[in-house]
Design a protein around this ligand. Sequence first.
Ligand code: MSP
Length: 507
Amino acid sequence: MKSYITTPIYYVNGSPHIGHAFTSVMADILKRNRVAIGYELLLSTGVDEHGQKNQEAAADLGMEIKDYLDMRGKEFRAVFDMLDVSYDYFVRTSREGHKTAVAGMEQTIFDKDLIVKKQYTGTYCKGCEEFKRESDLTEDGQCPLHPTMKVEQTDETNYFLKMEPFRERLLQHIADNPDFVQPQAFRNELKQMLAEPLEDLCISRPKTRVTLGVDLPFDPDFVTYVWFDALANYLTNVGWPDEGYADWWATCEHLIGKDILKPHGVYWPIMLMAAGIPLPKKLSVHSHWVGAGGVKMSKSIGNVVDPIEIVDTLGADALRWYLARHMRSDSDSQISVDFIKQTYNSELGNKIGNLLSRAAKFSKSRFDGKVPAAGPLSAEDEAIRAAVAEAVKGFGAWIDLPDIPHNLQKVITVCDDMNTYFAEQAPWELIKNPETEERCRTVIYVTLDCLRLVFEALRQVIPTSADRALAMLNAPVSEDKAWKPALDVLGQETDLGEIENLFPRAQ
Ligand code: MSP
């Protein structure tokens, strides 16, 4: 069974930010989940290298375009590597094979008479790389998403893709496939976008204005509109138009932010219909991260969260944990360096890492460094084991984006229960009396085995820390077969590994 997950490809007019880190980490979590349950995965992420704003960013630094793109490509890749994003394919739209395929797609659509050339006068937002209607702009005539970039007036001849002939068909597709856009709120938003007749989509830019792009195959005075070129990456990554792409393509799920629903939900399906290619399986849409108090992040306010800084100070898993645990699926979520630090200390440190360290150190000192053998189980033991098995169950099956925070809430709740169990059973008291020593062994075994199961599940979210925890328990996970959450896997009387502090307290 295959599954192909894509992230948007990111503009390289600046350094990678938290929004980029977020989508790629979520895609990675979905990948790890599906690999764990036996799927063959392809995860693509990468960079969108063409268009006016990338071109201008290179010029601003006085760099040759190729050097500039190479530099940014390395920078994005390094951040994803640092964040343990296990991408299978890193997209660069400057790749020759991609450019040839984009031109091929345009020629196919052109040959069907679905592309027309005409004069267009209008307002352009470089931030969105989109033409805007007056109703899209703020009262003072700026783009609400990029108010500081200043829209430009253009009066140009360009090539346009006819959109209206496909609108009804797309609405029908959405009606027939309730899962095509998720969550529901964004499905409704997309239906709203398709409620009125669609204007033709401008798919070119004159070279007098933009040179960084794919040449139009039928007119060398123009380059391809950056969105047309960028969207096509999802197909060119899997080798389209060559044979063999279809199996992956049929399973394709696009992860996207809410601001790019229109290109993915309107332009892309219609481009595909025009070219005679099936639509992707699903669009999984997420909301945005904003600063504390719901304020938009900006350099001038000083509330920007830099992913590299977090990885350097708290580690990749602190950031992965925060993003995964605290995203909300249909409204914006808040982030700040303090929030990340607090969550890291209180959840990863106090609730999870601390319990592991206490139980493992206890075994080291009292049971000769071994996992003790359990005696008969009490009702309390059975209850906590059942609660842990239930809490991690979600990670043993296919998860979608909104399931990630939902499942992690269950994990944290059961970690609270485990801490309560440990405190109430008080193994440090039980060990004092030979009559209760067996009971002590049992409590420690139950605690360590429950932690083992929690960390097996958390390999999907915080893989490095989870593997370190499993190494301490001397319970590595075999990658050979599909993972099934199960109790009693931890070997009794086996040696524990080296005990380390998994989540040292951050000040
Ligand atoms: N290049 C286009 C995408 C082309 S895909 C064929 C683009 N790039 S982008 O760099 O501007 O943004 C990429 C993604 O980052 C989008 O999904 C966007 O929603 C996401 N984010 C940007 N800021 C964000 C937050 N503050 N929070 C979460 N995600 C955000 O658009």
